[in-house]
Design a protein around this ligand. Sequence first.
Ligand SMILES: *Cc1c(COP(=O)(O)O)cnc(C)c1O
Length: 406
Amino acid sequence: MSSIKSAVIDYKPSEMNGNDHYDGSRPWKLDATNIKVTINKNPRTVPDPGSAEERSQKVCSDHMVSAVWTLKDGWQQPEITPYGPLPIMPTANVLHYATECFEGLKLYRGMDGKLRLFRPLANCARMVKSAERISLPGFEPEALVEMIRRLCAMDGSKWLPAHCRGSFLYIRPALIGTDPCLGFEVPKEALLYVVISYWPQPSYSDGARGLRLLASEAEELRAWPGGTGFAKIGPNYGPALKAHGRAKRTGCDQVLWLYGEDCQITEAGSSNVFIVRRESNRQLQMVTPPLEGGSILAGVTRQSILELVRARLSGDTTKEVGPVESIEKNFTMGELLQDLSDGNLEGVFICGTAAFVTSISVIEFRGRTIELPNNNLALVSLLRKWLFDIMYGGEKSEWADIIEEF
Ligand SMILES: *Cc1c(COP(=O)(O)O)cnc(C)c1O
C-alpha cells in the first residue's frame, strides 16, 4: 500500500511570483510547531446519546484551532481557543463573494481504544488546491494536519471517550476571506479554522438498506468542464441545496448529479459513485468517473477504494470476491439501463467520509423508478470491512494516523 506521502493529491507549491497582485496561488509559510493554547473555562457537557441535542449537529467540542492570514504579514501563529463566534465584519469578502473552502474528515475511536485520523494529509493537500481555486492563501498541508492533531489530542478524550469504540467525531476545517473591503477583489485577509462537530453515532448496518437517489434535471448542473467541481469550495454546495431539498421531499436520500445530453453519472450528493458490472467476458468491473475534466471531487475514500481494489482484488485472487478490474471512465444512464436489461449490472454504490460506503437501491430518473440489483453485496461488504479495519485499528496501516491524547 502506498504511503501517506503519496496520498491522493500531490501538493506542489506554485512558484512565488513576487507580484503584488496576489492571485491566491502563492504558498505561504504556516508554522504549526508552536500553537498558543487558551483553555475553555466554561466547557459544555457532551450531549446524551440519542438526544435531540445530539441529532441537531449544532454542538461542537470545547475548543477550536485557527490561524489568521494577511497579505502584509502572512500566516500568524495558530491558536487553540474556546469554541465560539467568529469576529468578522458584515462586509467580509466571504459573505458577499463566497470566498470559502472546507474539508471534512473524521476522528475515529478505535476498537483498541486509540484515536485515529484517516489519511489527513490527503484532505489538507486537497484544501490547498481548493484554496488556490477560490483565491485564498495556500499553506503547507502538513501544518494543517498538525493543527488538527493538536485539537483532536485536546478534545478527543472528553468528546470521544475510550469506551466509545467504533464511534467518531466529525472534523471541519474551513478557510474564509475575512477582508472587510466590500470592493470586488481578492481578499487580503483570511481565517483558517478547524472545529470538531458532535454527530449522532453511526450504525454500520445502515449501509445494508440501500439509498434512493433522485437524478438531477437537465437544466441543473452541479459542475461542468472548466468549472469548479474538483474543489471543495462553498460556492459548489449552496446552489446544490435546491435539488437536495427536492430529493428529500420526494422520499429520496440524495441527488444523483448527471451531466450532458447523454446523462453521464458524476456524483451523488457529496459522495463519489461506483458502478459495479460484468464485462461481456463476465469479468467483474468497478467503474467510476475520471478526475480529468475537473468536474469530479477527488474523494479520499474514492482514491482509497481504487488503491485497495488494485492492490488486493486485481489478478487472480482467492478472496470471496474477485478478480475485480477498476476503471476510471465516464458512464452514462443509457449504459446503466443497457447493463440492467442485459443482466450485466451488479449494483451501484457511493462513497465518502460522511456516507462511508453505501449501496444504492433505487434511482428516480426523469419519471422512471429504476430498481437496482444488489448482487455486489460481498464486494461492498469487503470494502467496508477493509476501510473500517484501517480506520478503527483492526488492521495496521500507514493510512491511519494515531493521535496521542493528553
Ligand atoms: C467531500 C466530497 C466527496 C467525498 O470525498 P471524501 O474525501 O471521500 O470524503 C465526494 N464528492 C463531493 C462533491 C464532496 O464534496
